[in-house]
Write a protein that binds this ligand. Structure first.
Ligand code: AKG
Ligand code: FE2
Length: 360
């Protein structure tokens, strides 16, 4: 029985427990034959761009970085950054509290289970959508960290164990906010827009940040399931760190081929979400991705999402629209887009805002 106040659907069963008790994947996790992973978790691609942020404060290096980012966004929608100024110390401490939390007994974790029906925040296992028929081979924890007003309200609901959890998450959230403001600036510049453009369109200091912790236990049959199914991210930008175990794979649209992203020590993985795809009028890609699990290693990822505020009006940037580049997408508020993106019912949620007659 779930403890009082806990919505049982969001913790249908602990995936960590399944991983230790079973030699097969239960039916609810098994994908239809056509949807199963084709590339194993560690067949890493050397093609996904890796960009050094070294020298970002000098004008000439900044132009090199902006050009490389623009190219990566148009061709891939994903790139890794190295030589960023996020300290190894905060990255390691964040991974430590993540592992510490998921290693707690199930009764302790379920105290933080998300409630169905509201915006999903908190712990879940298999899925944080109560109506999901198919489950993912992961446990997860979603935190809303920014704006400050949301963090203040939700801080008391964050885990108290392991020690230092709330303090470390706060420091991580602030660190990622600085990094992602810089990255949004570089992406804006690469589109020929003012540095603050994307951040301001998304509500400036009112824009939202979520930090998601993913725990993908080793899996007895990694060829039959996914740690996280095919999707695009519905916000603006995602920055991700992992614990040295790969699993993230991205799909390149023209070839319909999956590329495994290499976990380069110290690198952070950055991918665009649907809002920048739409804002760029389809010039940049919200990359489709999924997570493959494996039978020997537990994988962790810490994922930070920079999202517009709910009231932000989104759509193709008028500055990029011309007679030869007419708008492909309609305008909408981010609030209106949230349920479309969150439902994960189609491969590309942004198709829902495509204007009649327009093609991708
Ligand atoms: O764990 C990963 O590598 C990817 C996670 C992800 O795509 C997501 O949470 O949206
Ligand atoms: Fe994602």
């Amino acid at each position: 029985m779930a403890p009082p106040g806990v919505t049982p659907e969001l913790v249908p069963i602990s995936v960590a427990k399944l991983a230790s008790d079973f030699s097969h994947v239960p039916e609810k996790f098994v994908l239809a034959k056509g949807g199963r992973p084709l590339t194993v978790f560690d067949d890493y691609s050397k093609e996904v761009p890796v960009i050094s942020l070294k020298g970002i404060d000098s004008e000439s290096e900044r132009s090199r970085i902006v050009a490389e980012i623009g190219h990566a966004c148009a061709e891939w929608g994903i790139f890794q950054i190295i030589d960023h100024d996020v300290s190894t110390d905060i990255l390691n401490r964040m991974l430590e509290i993540t592992m510490g939390f998921f290693n707690l007994p199930l009764e302790e974790k379920t105290k933080y289970a998300g409630k169905a029906g509201s915006f999903p925040v908190g712990y879940a296992s298999g899925s944080h959508r109560p109506d999901d028929n198919l489950l993912d081979w992961r446990e997860l924890f979603v935190h809303r960290c920014l704006p400050e007003s949301i963090r203040e309200t939700e801080y008391e609901t964050w885990p108290e164990k392991p020690d230092g959890y709330r303090k470390t998450l706060t420091e991580y959230s602030d660190t990622m906010d600085r990094l992602m403001t810089l990255l949004l600036g570089l992406v804006s510049e690469s589109l020929g827009l003012p540095t603050n453009y994307i951040k301001n369109v998304g509500g400036g200091e009112q824009s939202e940040q979520k930090v998601l912790l993913n725990y993908y236990p080793q899996c007895p049959q990694p060829d039959r399931t996914l740690g996280l199914r095919d999707h695009t991210d519905y916000g603006s930008l995602t920055v991700l760190q992992q614990n040295g175990v790969g699993g993230l794979q991205v799909c390149k649209e023209e070839t319909d081929t999956w590329f495994a992203v290499e976990p380069i020590p110290g690198a952070l993985t950055c991918n665009l979400g649907d809002q920048i795809h739409v804002l760029s009028n389809g010039k940049y890609r919200s990359v489709e991705h999924h997570v493959v699990v494996n039978s020997n290693h537990t994988r962790l990822s810490v994922v930070t999402f920079a999202n517009p505020s709910r009231k932000s009006l989104m759509g193709p940037a008028p500055e990029l629209i011309s007679e030869t580049n007419p708008p492909k997408y309609r305008n909408y508020t981010f609030e209106e887009y949230l349920p479309i993106g969150f439902a994960m019912k189609t491969r590309k949620a942004y198709d829902a805002v495509l204007l009649e007659g327009a093609t991708e």
